[in-house]
Write a protein that binds this ligand. Sequence first.
Ligand code: ZN
Length: 320
Amino acid sequence: MPAATPSTYLAIDVGHDRLAAGVVNDYGEVLVRDRVATPQRDVWPALQRLVRRVVAARPEDVGPLRACGVTCEGPLDRDTGTVDPLHMPSLRGFEMRHRVHELTRLPTVLASSSQARVLAERWIGAARGVRDVMVLLLTDTVEAGIVSNGRLLGGRRGNAGQIGHMIVEPDGHECVCGAHGCLWAYVSGAALAAEMNRPLRRAPDAVVERTGRMVGRAIAGAAAVFDLRLVLLAGTVPATFGPPFLEAAAQELDQRSRIPHLRSMPDRARPLVQLGVAALGREAALVGAAGLGRLALHQARGPSRPSAGADAAASTVASR
Ligand SMILES: [Zn+2]
């Protein structure tokens, strides 16, 4: 008998600067990928064309498409499947999950990009086998995806993980959300570039060090709340700032984590809360979106079928 053909998943990632889509197999391999710059208006027609192109480019021998995972910048509403992205006015209130399902006829699940990334790192990346992990995405947006005791945290409407709006400096810089002193206002690529009036790669040492310190401070808070064992940093900010940034973050995390079960002492070389760098680079968003699709598929097969990390984000699936 020939070996069973593996399933494949359609993966879609909607960002303010680019739209990406791909086909990913059961091993987390991206078989087809394509992307376009996000247009100022008419985002949906551009996304439709991209999705149709990717589906048409799928090789015939790779197995059927079983489900679709869509990630979009937040906020979003998991229950209604609508998105309300801060930086994409033309998609405010857009019924993303329903429209993608209409287009593809696949069981479709919607979540934030950072929630998908933590699934990707647990699937084939640096968090395999880790049940309590946070992936902190540091780009123009600052978001986290958190898996707690093996389950992806979605929150009330699917927006869990908005760590960018954790206060790290009372009465500090104004944030895009309207509050003051949010982590976003100190460590997002957009806020840093605006503050310095120069690209990230030319940041002075003091800014790199301060960014690391602020990130370490927020991680210490999150680690205490969620009893984390691993935190992975992803995105352009850690990639550009490199080791001095990571060192500052690790030092701040160590200094701020005094509660006994999180303390890195007495063995400073082996802290209980490990800080590392995400293993998956540019592919992470598509692999993560496919990971969401896999969860949707497991759920469509019924609750009796156990799925690793059956999750809140997948609890509402468009499969009508
Ligand atoms: Zn904020």
